[in-house]
Design a protein around this ligand. Structure first.
Ligand code: ADP
Ligand code: MG
Length: 473
């Protein structure tokens, strides 16, 4: 399958060749022709599967086919004309043709960057990001150019809509990227408000890790006769990402182990995820003192600082990024070899997004969770969500005192009995079988290439783990 076969125009095809894209990914193969035909889409496919191009390429194709004459004067040109007539120019609202809503600023910037790449040969089409944290005058300047495409986070967009700076009456295409995440972040009212301000006849495309539950309800409400595309690919299962759990006894053990793992010869760049902004700062400082070029990334930093940090990461100057979840979705740096969960994420979905920061663009990656014994149930929830077991590993010299998950009495408070409704599905391994269960290693593919010094593939602890009993069903 080629991009030509999807029906994209030659300007876009040339840009794709220049970007080094040789063939469409599975989600692009399905989404592009349907979207060119004007269909509404509900799409779920895994992180890194190329969803941005899946909605942006057909949209650019459609926008490029709109007659330039119909575009009229930009607000900037109208203001200049008014000045020339000696009138006081009035700000005219921007009238975008396409709106992409994303949960975070990083993601919005990344979508805009990709759009610029795909549309280099389409001079007329401009995309801009409207984001919280960006100076207001700068945003007004961007809006005054009347860009065809707005990429925005919901909150800031609402501000501009309410002050009359944006008029969606000409909108043709609405995209909700990572819709599940936007709902998790509490944007539902904002999204409803924005959708209500757009024309009924628009094309709507919604992308989400899941199309169940609340997202599914919203998806069906805002689309018409949508084509549903669900891609279950190898990438979906993160087969190119080796996952491991390492048990730690306490913080000092965790820190020593992290330092050790970061010195692995296969480590080029890493993202270390922490639960809090403060920890991100502290650990980045500590790693810097230990001789790593580390930097923190989290929601309390100014946009400028966040951008600079991401640029340094892309340029390879920052080797270890210490980040919170909010900062983690948009990061797309193919040279990231390792992801560490210094703290486990609150939601299993976030685990999937976190580990998706490595293994980008078809490469292999390693995702390591540093877990204390009280967090066993947490790991289990992640395994249940991903339907994959995460092998436990032990490094010589860093052995934990305990190597199994806790008994029933000490399960963490976050877990509720309803969490494992339904128990095991056919084909899914039982986690609580007493002994005799299959070994846990090798489940997610081979560890080849990641056997750093001291890594014991056949350590005795691996086979311990299936014996643990959670006692929760
Ligand atoms: P998703 O939104 O599904 O997580 P992205 O759209 O961010 O994925 O794409 C992931 C990476 O793959 C990006 O670096 C992107 O440039 C690259 N990519 C997307 N489509 C292709 C393709 N057809 N060929 C090569 N690389 C691609
Ligand atoms: Mg995406």
């Amino acid at each position: 399958m080629t991009f030509e076969a999807l029906g994209l125009n030659t300007s876009i095809l040339k840009a794709l060749t220049d970007a080094g894209y040789t063939a469409p990914t599975p989600v692009q193969q399905q989404a592009v022709p349907a979207a060119i035909a004007g269909k509404d889409l509900l799409v779920s496919s895994q992180t890194g599967s190329g969803k941005t191009a899946a909605f942006m390429l057909p949209s650019l194709h459609r926008l490029a086919s709109i007659e330039p004459a119909a575009a009229g004067k930009t607000p900037n040109q109208e203001m200049q004309a008014a000045r020339a007539r000696g009138e006081r120019p009035r700000f005219k609202a921007a009238q975008p043709k396409m709106l992409v809503l994303t949960p975070t600023r990083e993601l919005a910037l990344q979508v805009t960057t990709n759009t610029d790449k795909y549309s280099v040969n389409l001079r007329r089409i401009k995309a801009v990001s409207i984001l919280g944290g960006m100076p207001y005058p700068k945003q007004m300047q961007l809006l005054a150019k009347n860009p065809e495409i707005l990429v925005a986070t919901p909150g800031r967009l609402i501000d501009h809509m309410e002050s009359g700076k944006i008029d969606f009456s000409q909108l043709e295409i609405l995209v909700l990227d990572e819709a599940d995440r936007m709902l998790d972040m509490g944007f539902i009212d904002d999204i409803e408000k924005i959708v209500a301000a757009t024309p009924e006849g628009r094309q709507t495309m919604l992308f989400s890790a899941t199309l169940d539950g609340v997202v599914g309800n919203m998806a069906r409400r805002i689309t018409k006769d949508p084509q549903i595309i669900q891609i279950m690919s190898a990438a979906n299962k993160h087969e190119n990402i080796t996952q491991r759990v390492h048990f730690v006894d306490d913080l000092s053990h965790k820190n020593r182990l992290l330092d050790h793992l970061l010195r692995d010869e296969t480590m080029a760049q890493a993202v270390v995820f922490t639960a809090t902004k403060r920890d991100a700062d502290t650990i980045a400082d500590r790693l810097n003192i230990a001789g790593f070029s580390a930097a923190a990334l989290h929601g309390d930093m100014h946009q400028g600082a966040r951008n600079r940090t991401l640029d340094s990461l892309r340029r390879g100057q920052v080797k270890v990024l210490v980040a919170t979840d909010v900062a983690a979705r948009g990061i797309d740096v193919p040279t990231i070899t390792h992801v560490f969960n210094y703290d486990l994420p609150k939601f299993p979905e976030d685990y999937v997004h976190r580990i998706g920061r490595t293994g980008r663009a078809g490469r292999n990656g390693l995702a390591i969770s540093l877990v204390n014994h009280a967090e066993g149930m947490h790991v289990k929830r992640i395994e249940r969500f991903t339907k994959q077991m995460i092998p436990v590993n032990v490094i010589e010299g860093f052995e934990p005192k305990k190597t199994s998950f806790p008994p029933r009495s000490s399960r963490p408070g976050g877990w509720k009995p309803g969490d494992n409704r339904g128990g095991n599905k056919p084909g899914q391994r039982s986690f609580s079988k007493p002994g005799g269960a299959p070994r846990r290693d090798g489940v997610t593919g081979s560890n080849e290439g990641y056997k750093g010094p001291g890594f014991k593939a056949n350590n005795p602890y691996n086979s311990d783990r299936p014996r643990r009993s959670y006692g929760d069903r």
